[in-house]
Design a protein around this ligand. Structure first.
Ligand code: HEM
Length: 126
């Protein structure tokens, strides 16, 4: 397997693991918040997200994709920032349960947008 295929499959694997872990933690926040305090639940998503980002940046370098010239990549990076901020509000920083619930739904919409951009290679995929 060449470096491109390896990085792309790793990137996609980390992306879907990141989304699954977020959805599970969101479910835990609603039904079993004590779980969010577990060390493994706090650490593993950060490790996955770091590898997701590293593989994404490595792919962009390998393919010589300049985010300034390729709006879809810039859109993914902006979407990732929104996903991180909304995810933090949903799991930790939201002041009320309602605010955390709304932030969680918006975080899932943000990551859905990122996946749509990734597959379509368009900043406006819909
Ligand atoms: C939650 C965040 C992200 C998700 C869910 C995600 C998802 C994906 C998916 C599903 C693909 C495969 C698309 C295909 O088969 O054509 C992909 C490709 C790619 N992603 Fe991401 N990504 C994320 C963040 C990033 C970031 C932050 C970067 C760069 C800084 C990045 C750079 C790339 C590149 C360069 C490709 C390869 C495009 C190609 O093969 O032509 N991604 N991403």
């Amino acid at each position: 397997m060449n470096a491109y295929l390896f990085l792309k499959q790793a990137h996609m694997g980390f992306a879907f693991t990141s989304i699954a872990l977020f959805a599970l933690r969101y479910g835990a926040m609603l039904c079993y918040p004590r779980l969010l305090g577990w060390k493994i639940v706090r650490i593993v998503p950060h490790v996955v997200d770091t590898f997701l980002l590293v593989c994404g940046v490595a792919l962009a370098i390998l393919l010589h994709i300049d985010p300034v010239r390729q709006p879809w990549l810039l859109a993914k990076i902006a979407g990732l920032i929104a996903y991180v901020i909304l995810g933090t509000l949903a799991l930790k920083r939201g002041k009320t349960r309602e605010a955390r619930m709304a932030a969680g739904v918006l975080a899932l919409l943000a990551v859905g947008y990122i996946v749509a951009v990734a597959f379509s290679k368009r900043a406006l995929p819909f």
